[in-house]
Every structure is written in structure tokens, then in C-alpha cells.
Design a binder for this molecule. Structure first.
Ligand SMILES: Nc1ncnc2c1ncn2[C@@H]1O[C@H](COP(=O)(O)OP(=O)(O)OP(=O)(O)O)[C@@H](O)[C@H]1O
Length: 245
């Protein structure tokens, strides 16, 4: 596998009120052109690793090596982080403006990605006028609009009702699988074992804090995956062995 991201011996300790909280204890693995899900017990450091990959947080030691030095990275946060005083269109266009694009060009691109997530007729709405699922769609459109090679997602479906979450999962998978976006690599942090097996090519399982890689499990089941199939169940059992260990 040709790596797109190499995570090499990443160590991170937070300092809180004079006390050291070791969070990541030497995380090493490669991510290629694939969909990787990171699973692990609550508070073990999954989000911290994602933030380090995105450059939002600094590792104490170790490194993250990107094969494509100028690769753009999109980030979808757990809860939508839209600016309330801007319309949907302006929210999606903003990161493009920040990158130096004219408003006209930025809005054209924003419209393209809003239509990809099914929100073309909501461009003049404000975030408060949207449902949770629609806000998360805008968040996804905003991350895609910068045309990233790498998409990082932090529990993107966990705040949505089950039906909305399920349709968004399939939509994200479709967009990625059929190559209608620039994204070649997806890294998703999740608590949800079922969601990880449904979506990912490989599962990276972390131990409890301080996190180490406990196991890497490939999911070689053709998509769309049937959660009731014996192969699916077998992987689920394997994951729980590591998670409850
Ligand atoms: N900026 C920070 N300063 C101090 N402690 C932090 C900071 N960010 C995270 N932590 C702590 O580091 C630990 C790991 O947090 P992190 O959010 O990475 O875990 P997680 O595995 O994503 O958790 P969850 O699954 O519950 O979302 C937690 O105990 C958290 O309280």
C-alpha cells in the first residue's frame, strides 16, 4: 500500500492543573488511499490524533508525514461549526475566500458542493433555519469545497437521529466510492463499531488512554454491506474482543 499519511511514533501528553495526562503513547501506522476508521474507548485520544493530523494540535514527539506535501485536508467536526450570521452559501464559500478565491468563484464552487449534498435550494438560509442533519450536510459541503485529498471526520454522525445518520453515511460512502469528489483518503473517528464496519476499509483500534494501537483489522466485505451477514458479525465480534480487553 502506497501511504498518503504516515503516522510515526506520535506521543502527546496534556498538562492540566500541573498534572500530566498522557494521551497518545507512540502511535504508528500508515494510511493509504482508503477509508480508515479509528475506534477506541471514550477519552482515549482519538480526537487528539485527528487534530494532530490536521495540524490543529502539536505532537510532543513523533511525526506525521504526508506523501503529497501540498495536500489539502478537509475536517468535519462532530457538531456543525457554522457561522450563525452567514448564510449557508457564505459558510461554504468562506474557506475558499480565505484561500484567496474571488467571491464569484468561491460561490460557484460552494454551489457545486451544496448541490452534491442535496442542499442547492437552501443556499440563502441561515444555520438556525436548518435541521441538525442539514447543518451536518453543510459542514460536509464546506469540507469538500476546498477539494481536499484527505477528509478527516470526527464522529460526524453521532449527533444525528438514526435515520438521518444512516442516509448520510450512505451518501458519504457513495460520494467517496464513485470518485465524484477530490477525496481519496478518509479518516473517521467513531465510537460506533457498527458504523465503522459498515463504512471503512480498515479499522484501527486504540487501547484505553494513553492510547496505543491495539489492532488493525481489515474489512474485506463488498459494499453495500449487510450488517446481518456472517462476515459482518465475525468482524464485530473481533472488534469487541479488543475493545473489551
Ligand atoms: N486541550 C486539552 N487540554 C487538556 N486535556 C485535553 C485536551 N484535549 C483533550 N484532552 C483530554 O485528553 C483525553 C483524550 O481526549 P480525546 O478527545 O482525544 O479523546 P477521544 O478518544 O476522542 O474521546 P471521545 O471518544 O470521548 O470523544 C481526554 O481525557 C481529554 O479530556
Amino acid at each position: 500500500m502506497q501511504p498518503i499519511i504516515s503516522i510515526r511514533n506520535v506521543v502527546k501528553t496534556f498538562k492540566e492543573g500541573g498534572k500530566a495526562l498522557p494521551v497518545l503513547e507512540g502511535i504508528t501506522f500508515d494510511i493509504g488511499e482508503e477509508f480508515v476508521a479509528i475506534l477506541g474507548p471514550s477519552g482515549c485520544g482519538k480526537t487528539t490524533l485527528l487534530r494532530i493530523i490536521a495540524g490543529l494540535e502539536k505532537a510532543d514527539s513523533g511525526e506525521i508525514v504526508f506523501t503529497h506535501k501540498d495536500a489539502q485536508i478537509g475536517f468535519v467536526f462532530q457538531s456543525p461549526t457554522l457561522l450563525p450570521w452567514m448564510t449557508v452559501l457564505e459558510n461554504v464559500a468562506l474557506p475558499l475566500r480565505v484561500r484567496g478565491m474571488s467571491w464569484k468563484e468561491a460561490e460557484e464552487k460552494a454551489r457545486k458542493y451544496l448541490s452534491l449534498v442535496g442542499l442547492q435550494s437552501f443556499e440563502n438560509f441561515y444555520p438556525r433555519e436548518l435541521s441538525g442533519g442539514m447543518k451536518q450536510r453543510v459542514n460536509i459541503a464546506r469540507a469538500l469545497a476546498i477539494e481536499p485529498l484527505i477528509l478527516l471526520m470526527d464522529e460526524p454522525f453521532s449527533q444525528l437521529d438514526p435515520l438521518t445518520a444512516e442516509s448520510l453515511r450512505s451518501e458519504v460512502l457513495d460520494m467517496w466510492q464513485w470518485g465524484v469528489t477530490s477525496v481519496r483518503t478518509i479518516v473517521m473517528v467513531t465510537h460506533n463499531v457498527d458504523e465503522a464496519i459498515f463504512m471503512a476499509d480498515r479499522l484501527v483500534i486504540f487501547t484505553a488512554r494513553p492510547a496505543k494501537v491495539a489492532a488493525i483489522i481489515p474489512v474485506e466485505i463488498p459494499r453495500p454491506r449487510d450488517r446481518r451477514s456472517p462476515e459482518f458479525q465475525k468482524i464485530e465480534d473481533k472488534v469487541y474482543e479488543y475493545i473489551s480487553a
